[in-house]
Write a new protein. Sequence first.
Length: 281
Amino acid sequence: MQAIILAAFFGALIWIIFNFGIEPALAIAALVSGVVWFTYRLIKGKPKHNETLPDYAEYARSFFPIFLIVLLLRGFVVEPFRIPSGSMMPTLLVGDFILVNKFTYGIRLPVTKTKIIEVNDPERGDVVVFRWPINPRLDYIKRLIGLPGDKVAYRNKTIYLNGQPVKMKPVGAYTPIGSGMRSMGAFEAIENLEGVEHSVLIDPLTADFSPGCTFMGYNEVEVPAGHYLMMGDNRDNSNDGRCWGFVPEENLVGEAFFVWLSWDWERSGFVGWDRIATTIN
């Protein structure tokens, strides 16, 4: 019977992960195992020497601290993500496993995402993970281009911030690898966002906007208070704020800062050894 209950418990956790995410599953797992363990101890009293625990109590005692520690680390400190697309090339490649600082933009409660402590304001040029405004269950990663109050336009492959073109220095033809081969023919440039330099990809043979990318067009937009404008570094292959608009402050998850593994099934040898343990600029 205990084995059936345990299997049902972990089955329920898997269902919660697929339908609501990892954090709610961790919170429920920590709560259930904690209640079981502390209730057992409350009933049985102080532990005795060489005490033999029933299986359910042993499982609860063993798993409770693991669930709690992982929940606290993911919720307040750092969270791992995997890059699924080439929208941030050449900064991030498909298959990069990254770490995201969860407290840099303020400390939020796990699951509810309610901010309880202010820390730092997002800065232009940050590489940010956020919940997609169209479907908050999906996490996106882009570069922060426009701060509240900024007026932003995108014309002729160039960002205009408050009426001034953002400086770009050509690097040369980009040599893609693995899943990034669709960017064959793109050119790399160094973009300077008011002192924050980073690489971008430009495809001179494509239009500034795809047919479905209609939010900005060639118009100048003003970023409203409490919102941010995000763009991918792979400017001609990115579903970003130019297409669907601004990101509310409450949707920010954290700042990406470190690549700890790079594993793309289409890359030779599977692992990108040159990208392991590199910082994100």
